[in-house]
Design a binder for this molecule. Structure first.
Ligand SMILES: C[S@@+](CC[C@H](N)C(=O)[O-])C[C@H]1O[C@@H](n2cnc3c(N)ncnc32)[C@H](O)[C@@H]1O
Length: 396
């Protein structure tokens, strides 16, 4: 049950939001000693956080003239006081979405930086076993307001209920769990590979992106190359055109193995297919002392932590000193701000793991967004205009 909000709290929330909206720094500084930078006005029809309010009131940047001075300092002040960079308003917009829509680039960059800091800190806390929920006391509240997977600070019975909710969610959407996905029924339908929950696992509008990945990773014939995740075989077909000496393919889904068989991949010279999850296959390749000139990673139903493990545990062991590593950069691609934050977070994490990253911008096909191509898919996983293609090499 949501906690009762007193009249005093509502008044304070209104005053904080109003001071943020007016970019009234002196008032806001005083008010933030009494209340949070994340207050919501429960009586407002269009609920909005102080950060949303501060950005919305800047209006559209016209003729390259962006908000400056007090507006930017207000955003800074709210972020310094813990304003949540990816909080959603009723229009399903984060503060970064609003800044992006209004063309307020300076403010947008501030939110990207705050997002990167927050995500790096969150990952560090998780690695240390700190949930970040320690100040939340009411277990009921945790159940109601947090995403299922984070609801762990509760008693045994509740854990069970929560686990059932998680399982149900996975059943409803197999892309939430790699093992569930790998057991699910796939459908190849023309230009799309679907999973059992109607998610598009792969679509052929990504062909140019796949071809460019192969080009950037394989500068000459005769190299040893590995691709993880065969999908529709688009990147593997592109890899073949660069005449590799060895072409390893790791694939975990039995139906994709079947398709590889039907399409004659097992008989192609120099192609070595490893059936199984990369988590099981790669330790064996490391043990065998396999060294590769190029590695490409594009799996499905795996989270950012899996990618981090892949790059920091395995790529560093398998890649030749002059080798190149590429990966599908699709995290957060249904929201520009999330894509920009995760592009930066991955660059920082990869640098920590020992890699430099070079980015190349590729415009996605015009007319993709909202087009018929997405018909039958659960949701469009790509809504932004530019794909940032990464090429990683060992830090020099
Ligand atoms: C997005 S598709 C790859 C598309 C591919 N790049 C192409 O050009 O068509 C992802 C593939 O990774 C496979 N996969 C998912 N998780 C895996 C894992 N843990 N190990 C190996 N393969 C996995 C999926 O079955 C699927 O075939």
């Amino acid at each position: 049950m949501a906690a009762q909000v007193s009249e005093e709290d509502v008044l304070l929330a209104k005053r904080i939001i109003s001071a943020a909206e007016r970019h009234d720094l002196p008032a806001l500084k005083v008010l933030l000693k009494e209340g949070s930078a994340n207050v919501q006005d429960p009586t407002a029809t269009a609920a909005t956080s102080p950060l949303h309010a501060a950005i919305l009131s800047c209006g559209e940047a016209k003729d390259g003239k962006e908000a400056d001075g007090d507006a930017v300092q207000t955003v800074d002040l709210l972020l310094q006081n813990g304003a949540i960079w990816n909080d959603l308003n009723k229009e399903d917009e984060t503060p970064g979405c609003v800044a992006h829509r209004l063309g307020q680039k300076k403010i947008y960059e501030k939110i990207v930086e705050a997002g990167v800091r927050a995500e790096l800190l969150f990952a560090k806390m998780q690695a240390l076993g700190l949930s970040g929920d320690d100040d939340v006391e009411d277990d009921d509240e945790i159940l109601e307001e947090q995403p299922a997977v984070k609801k762990q600070k509760v008693d045994k019975e509740t854990v069970q209920v929560v686990q059932e909710a998680v399982d149900e969610e996975i059943l409803d959407d197999v892309s939430k769990d790699n093992l569930a996905y790998l057991k699910s029924e796939l459908r190849y339908r023309g230009h799309i590979l679907f999973d059992e929950s109607d998610n598009a696992v792969m679509m052929d509008w990504e062909t140019e992106i796949m071809q460019r990945h192969a080009q950037t990773l394989i500068p000459k014939p005769g190299l040893k190359v590995m691709n993880v995740g065969h999908g529709m075989g688009i990147v593997d077909t592109a890899i073949q055109t660069h005449e590799p000496a060895q072409h390893h393919i790791i694939e975990g889904h039995p139906q994709v193995h079947q398709r590889l068989r039907e399409q004659g991949w097992y008989d192609k010279p120099n192609v070595i297919i490893h059936e199984g999850r990369w988590q099981d296959v790669l330790p064996k390749l490391v043990e065998q002392g396999v060294v590769l000139d190029a590695i490409y990673y594009d799996t499905f139903a795996e989270d950012y932590d899996a990618f981090k493990e892949f790059s920091s545990e395995y790529v560093i062991q398998l890649l030749a000193p002059e080798g190149r590593f590429g990966w599908y950069n699709g995290l957060g691609a249904d929201r520009q701000i999330c894509y920009d934050v995760y592009t930066k977070v991955s660059e920082i994490d990869l640098h920590e793991a020992g890699f430099d990253t070079e980015w190349e911008d590729i415009k996605v096909p015009t007319g993709l967004h909202g087009s018929k191509q997405w018909e039958g898919t659960r949701r469009p996983y790509w809504t932004i205009d530019v794909y940032k293609l990464p090429v990683n090499t060992f830090v020099r």
